[in-house]
Design a protein around this ligand. Structure first.
Ligand SMILES: *Cc1c(COP(=O)(O)O)cnc(C)c1O
Length: 223
């Protein structure tokens, strides 16, 4: 078995106060999560609804689950009763559905707006102007079941560190812009979720408050 406890501690040693580690456990078996849990890890990221629901049913109830992948609107109802944060809100339609399901469950669900900054077309998320337009519309202010806690992005999958840094700083500058414009009075609008196994040290230098690390903790995923 992969030494999850050691890897987790190696990663944790690189993470300063003020940055939260999301242990991305997708495709890994419960026993791996249980090792991380025993070491004190409480926040886990998953990106498939069925897998998440199975894990949430069997693992300890004080785990905070973050949904980090692309979420189809028809799956929202299954996770709405218990999800702590939906990190990758990439459309207004999804936001409306989260609001509806949150209200049904008498909850307020924390979400992050996913930005599409990377050059790869395959990635999801709002373009910066789309995000500005959505915020300017004010519709989100009426959504009492949703709290926007910040933004999330994935940098391009490249070895070019300068490129990664540039994209993360674009996201960081955008965060500052919308914080000042719309969320200046909301202390709970503060999350910047970027950084994965290969680039989380750069992300921390680029003002990340949440890194989503899978492989460096749990080893390679077996699909
Ligand atoms: C899988 C995944 C991660 C973790 O990736 P690693 O390279 O294994 O650390 C982070 N964020 C998202 C959105 C993911 O889907």
């Amino acid at each position: 078995m992969f030494d999850v406890a050691k890897s987790l501690h190696d990663v944790m040693a690189n993470i300063p106060d003020g940055v939260r580690l999301i242990a991305v456990s997708k495709f890994h078996p419960n026993e791996y999560l249980e090792v991380a849990y025993a070491e004190g890890q409480r926040v886990f990221g998953e990106s498939h609804e069925q897998e998440l629901s199975q894990k949430a049913k069997t693992l300890p109830k004080d785990i905070e689950w973050h949904f980090i992948g692309h979420l189809q609107t028809n799956k929202v109802k299954y996770i709405a009763p218990y999800i702590s944060m939906i990190e990758a809100v990439d459309s207004v339609k999804l936001m409306r559905e989260i609001n509806k399901q949150a209200l049904k469950n008498e909850r307020v669900i924390n979400v992050l707006l996913e930005l599409h900054i990377a050059e790869e077309e395959s990635k999801y998320g709002f373009k910066l102007d789309e995000c500005r337009e959505f915020l300017a519309s004010g519709e989100w202010r009426e959504m009492k079941g949703v709290h926007i806690s910040g933004i999330m992005m994935m940098a391009s999958n490249t070895d070019d560190e300068q490129q990664i840094r540039k994209e993360m700083m674009t996201a960081s500058d955008f965060f500052d812009e919308i914080k000042a414009t719309y969320f200046a009075d909301d202390d709970d609008f503060r999350e910047r979720s970027w950084g994965m196994s290969d680039d989380y040290p750069i992300a921390i230098e680029c003002n990340s408050t949440m890194v989503r690390v899978g492989t460096a903790i749990f080893g390679p995923r077996i699909y």
